[in-house]
Design a protein around this ligand. Structure first.
Ligand code: TC6
Length: 721
């Protein structure tokens, strides 16, 4: 209890004051005590350690002991209180935490606090009456935006919206107690949100119709946003009590939909990968990152420009280096354009981005400027000889402790490191395009990479607001290695009778933001072509007499090479797997030329065309991708299935509500995945990617254990060896 007439209830459950059953019980007990105590005239609710609350305990949603004390009735109890209740919001008030605050009669927030209803991001809706109270407080458009996107609102915006009554810069708890004292005795009726009508809009029906179209378009098959919408719509049509019943009904649908489980798995997976380990025993526990006061980026192509932008946004001073003045000037212009755009976006959120100061961003062609940087990211062309030349040079110029990172999507980190005198400082940092937007950073350690280098790269990822995933060194690392068999199958399906638009549609219906052919057109077909020429799979170095559709005894499709030979590089040339309105166009249209070309190709190679149904398209593309994942786990390239899933969700457009490829495999059931791979492998014995992984077979033989136990079967296996 606090001083004088104001009782203080403090939510206490470190680290984020999640509303566990114990925390809820304490809240209920506190309210009842305050109600019964005649000396208490008002109540103030705050959170321990400068955080109000991150909401319900997410682990509780999948716990069998979930039933018991519920949040909704406690919030009703708060609102019904005859004594004024004030919420003092510091740090965060999210989900159930914000719903508690909405039950209070007054809300004060610290200027640095953030609020939001992020339930939609974990596959749920604000199921403690939040969908009914928020529209009553701030109106339908703002409530719908907050509830269907889950975005965090800064305190200043919350004040403008009317979500909070006051924002303070000093002690929030003291301010809340002052306010509580002030409002003692004032009527509470107008402060009870459940009694307020939802503010009317002149065109509510039309507004809701348009809003639904937008919500569905952005959902890519995820259920939660649409059900959030329906709950808010109910608030506009029904009484508070009926709206709450509808909210409960929709909440229960989501809770048992499977998508909520996948999204909650993804939430914890993202946190689990922060705790990295390597097979040699290095780990996040013992390694400490080194501070990065200044960084450099070598190469200002598409990737380099994005990386420079990312570093500037993270407030890390950068040297941007190119091989000659012509490229430097081109790169400088492009970087400045990106930064101007980012600055504009940030201004909308009341932030500023400073980059015109040469101490923060310096462009140069002089390698000697790299002498005092703490970290270099090389982002030149994917060419081993060139990369080695650069690494040899920078290992001579940079100070001994500098970290030397290479942005590569497939090349061998050890070979690059071998060109230096300090292989322990060399590490792979695989950014995804556009590098200032995409969240994933694959961090690849080589044979000699030090634990400090890994910890520093992970820290850098965090500073860049990215999710870093530590993986081992192999061709294509994790993401691209799993992508190869997926893309390969998509092309084989074309040979067998399908079309790019049919295959893309199936994968986009599954939830991918973009199917494999649209993706290939976007990225440019020439990239893979160059790499295949380098590997001797096509082009002049191919030995005469090599069969058109076979390499090293395995099935090979020359289709992508043939498209490139026809000058079809994708969007950049206006033609690829699709046709575009012009070179650089973005709207993909099915191309009769390609259909005709495919028909001729099948005739030439005597391939009998057959109808391929959606199920086969999906399984032929996804199962080999998962299969590769099992091999990656068995080889120790990644330390758990969560790593693979985080990579796919954040770097490859895998639908988050399906939890990632390995989680998806576990929900389908490993015996089914194995049986299908066996079937397809028998039909296509010359495709190694369809041959079931030994680790997958082992897990099936062990009775299809849950995903969290997979790795223990691996260690048992290797212990025996
Ligand atoms: C019933 C009716 C409807 C109500 C629904 C809800 O409220 S749904 C809920 C709606 N709320 C949300 O969706 C909010 C989800 N949370 C967040 O967005 C962020 O965690 C953050 C912004 C609160 C803090 O970010 P940050 O970068 O400063 O820190 P960090 O992210 O690393 O977290 C630190 C530790 O706390 C853990 N943990 C966190 N929250 C929860 C939780 N609710 N539960 C359990 N655990 C949680 C997290 O796993 C981690 O544990 P670890 O790995 O150390 O063992």
């Amino acid at each position: 209890m606090g001083a004088a007439a104001v009782a203080v209830i403090r939510l206490r459950n470190p680290p984020v004051n999640a509303l566990s059953l114990t925390a809820l019980q304490a809240l209920e007990d506190g309210l009842k005590r305050a109600d019964a105590d005649p000396s208490v005239k008002a109540v103030m609710i705050c959170g321990e350690n400068g955080k109000f609350s991150a909401g319900a305990d997410i682990r509780g949603f999948s716990s069998p002991k979930r039933h018991g004390i519920a949040l909704g009735p406690i919030i009703s109890l708060i609102e019904k209180s005859e004594k004024p209740v004030v919420a003092a919001i510091e740090g965060i008030a999210l989900g159930g935490g914000l719903e508690v605050a909405l039950g209070c009669h007054y809300r004060i927030a610290h200027v640095k606090a953030r609020m939001g209803l992020p339930e939609v991001t974990i596959g749920l809706l604000p199921g403690a009456q939040g969908t009914q109270r928020l529209p009553r407080l701030i109106g339908v458009p703002a409530a719908l935006d907050i509830i269907t996107t889950g975005r965090h609102i800064p305190a200043t915006e919350a004040l403008k919206l009317g979500l909070v009554d006051e924002v303070v810069e000093e002690n929030t708890v003291e301010a809340a107690i002052r306010l509580a004292n002030k409002v003692i005795g004032q009527p509470l009726g107008p402060r009870r949100l459940s009694l307020k009508p939802v503010p009317k809009l002149p065109n509510m029906e039309a507004f809701l119709r348009e809003a639904l179209v937008k919500v569905k378009k952005q959902a890519h098959g995820c259920l939660a946003p649409e059900l959030c919408f329906q709950a808010v719509k109910a608030a506009t049509e029904q009484t508070f009590a009926d709206g709450v019943r509808k909210e409960q009904e929709l909440f229960n649908i989501l809770l048992t939909s499977g998508q909520a489980q996948a999204l909650q798995y993804a939430f914890f997976a993202e946190r689990a990968v922060q705790k990295w380990t390597t097979p040699s025993g290095a780990s996040w526990k013992s390694a400490s990152p080194q501070p990065i006061h200044k960084a450099a980026v070598i190469g200002l192509g598409t990737m380099g420009r994005g990386i420079v932008t990312s570093l500037v946004k993270a407030n890390i001073p950068v040297v941007a280096l190119e091989q000659n003045l012509e490229y430097l000037n081109m790169g400088r212009k492009a970087v400045m354009l990106l930064l101007e755009r980012e600055a504009m976006k940030m201004e909308q959120g009341a932030q500023t981005l400073r980059f015109h100061n040469p101490a923060r961003l310096q462009f140069t062609v002089d390698f000697d400027v790299l002498q005092d940087v703490d970290l270099v990211i090389e982002a030149v062309f994917e060419n081993m000889a060139l990369k080695k030349e650069i690494f040899q040079k920078i290992s001579r110029i940079c100070k001994p402790g500098a970290f030397l990172c290479t942005n590569t999507s497939a090349l061998n980190i050890d070979e690059i490191a071998s060109a230096t005198r300090c292989p322990q400082q060399v590490i792979g940092t695989h950014f995804f395009s556009p590098a200032h937007v995409m969240r994933l950073l694959e961090i690849i350690y080589g044979l000699h990479t030090s634990a400090t280098a890994i910890a520093t790269a992970m820290q850098l990822a965090k500073a860049l607001k990215k999710v870093g995933v530590v993986v081992g060194n192999c061709f294509g690392f994790v993401g691209n290695r799993m992508m190869f068999p997926y893309v390969q199958q998509a092309v084989f399906l074309l040979e067998e009778g399908s079309r790019p638009e049919a295959i893309d549609q199936v994968l986009e219906d599954f939830g991918f933001k973009i199917g494999p052919f649209r993706m290939s057109d976007l990225a440019g077909l020439d990239v893979g072509w160059r790499s295949r020429k380098g590997q001797g799979l096509t082009g002049a170095s191919l030995p005469p007499g090599t069969p058109a559709r076979q390499r090293h005894g395995h099935r090979y499709s020359p289709l992508p090479d043939l498209l490139c030979e026809n000058g079809r590089f994708g969007q950049k040339t206006g033609k690829g797997w699709y046709q575009y309105e012009k070179a650089g166009g973005r709207t993909a249209k099915p191309d009769p030329w390609l259909h005709n070309f495919l028909a001729q190709y099948r005739d030439t190679h005597h391939i009998k065309t057959r109808f391929i149904d959606q199920e086969e398209i999906l399984e032929r593309c996804l199962f080999p991708l998962m299969n590769e994942g099992f091999d990656i786990l068995a080889e120790g390239i990644a330390s758990g299935p969560e790593h693979l899933d985080v990579i796919y969700i954040n770097g490859y457009g895998w639908p988050k509500h399906r939890g990632g490829p390995m989680f998806h495999a576990s929900t389908i059931g490993l015996p089914r995945v194995l049986a299908k791979l066996q079937k397809y492998s028998e039909a296509h014995p010359d495709v190694p990617g369809l041959r079931p992984s030994a680790f997958l077979k082992k897990l099936v033989a062990m009775g299809n254990p849950p995903l969290k136990d997979w790795m223990s079967y691996l260690s048992r296996q290797s212990n025996k060896l």
